[in-house]
Design a protein around this ligand. Sequence first.
Ligand code: NDP
Length: 419
Amino acid sequence: MSRVLIIGCGGVAQVAIHKCCQHPEVFSDLCIASRTVSKCDKIKEELKNKTKTNITTKQIDANDYNALVKLFKEFKPEIVMNLGMPYQNLIIMDACLECGCHYLDTAAYEPENVDDPVWRKRYEQRIKDKNFTAYFDYSYQWEYMDKFKEKGLIALLGCGFDPGVTQAYVAYAKKHEFDTIETLDILDCNGGDHGYPFATNFNPEINLREVSSEADYYEDGKWIRVPAMSVKREYNFDGVGMKDMYLLHHEEIESIAKNYPEIKRIRFYMTFGESYIRHMNCLENVGMLSTTPINYNGVEIIPIQFLKAMLPDPASLGPRTVGKTNIGCIFEGYKDGKKKKYYIYNMCDHQESYKEVGSQAVSYTTGVPAMCGAMMILKGIWTNAGARTVEEFDPDPFIDALNKYGLPITESYEPIMVE
Ligand code: NDP
């Protein structure tokens, strides 16, 4: 029996809310707090008479520290699940420390305004020191390690699918399949079709910033930078078929490289169709992906936020998306002195997800791990205090929960490797 507060009520949060409500014995009291409270009220209404979880709703602006602390003190959650935007990760972590709550999110901190001079100075220094250029990195949240440890609290960072489950796959492979892992390729395939010429399957701002940025991978202790979308491979995905995939920077590369230094090369690939890439390039070329405010007829607008308002809401794609996702990790390494390959992945069907919780599979594959991660903390299965990523915890109970609650694994010992 636990009190849980979810911040945000978009695509991912709506799945997590449904899944928490399937387990009222763990999630007995749920407060849904978001910027637009009508979205919280709508899902509360949908779940009326379908769950024993007691749901309340609140309006909150997560940029308002005093409002966060007031809400946490009133509701007294054991855990706060930040399923809104990564811009607010740090302020919510601070409020959790003040109020004695565990914390969970699904994306690494990045600033809303990448032109902020204080942030920019540290960013430029990071490029010089580490040579990776993504706007997000874990350094800001890892600085909370001791503060969370001192209070005996857990900040579970990046507990969606990727980041999240992909790191549990790494810990699982190391625990059960390998003595040493040498290479890791993380493959994220969305074989879904929503029928729009262009739409993103999760928050458009975060998605487009991630995909349009310079790419990189990690090899022999160094980041190797390559231009955005310049490395393309084809892969035949189980349940989906042949797809083009592109090398991207992704946040779990950073934490896996830190926690599993034995891995010599870590790469991340994501599939994209022609239409997505054509639209994204065009939008970038005309400046629509910019986070720098511009003045339009006396009104200040941020181009990427304006674009977000024009695009379909990811939470609305559920009824029209068909096909499957396939996300997993391919390893090469050694077991008992012998070279070995291993592939572990999950396939998730968009329409099955929609039937179960009213959302497409990209939100589903993120919201289910968020619920399972919170469950690990609330049941006292994961107890290691500090600000930590998923690969730092025992993968077995988490993967058991994913198997049971909607994201089962498939394994292969003869995978086709990525060149
Ligand atoms: P959405 O845009 O659908 O939802 C975001 C929600 O956060 C909205 O309800 C929004 O409110 C709310 N919100 C935004 N700003 C504030 C604020 N200042 N105060 C309170 N609430 C706020 O995003 P998604 O659900 O698609 O994504 C959620 C998170 O999950 C993102 O960080 C994304 O990067 C991450 N993600 C992680 C994945 C993984 O595998 N790890 C995969 C996919 C997504 P409003 O309704 O008013 O706009």
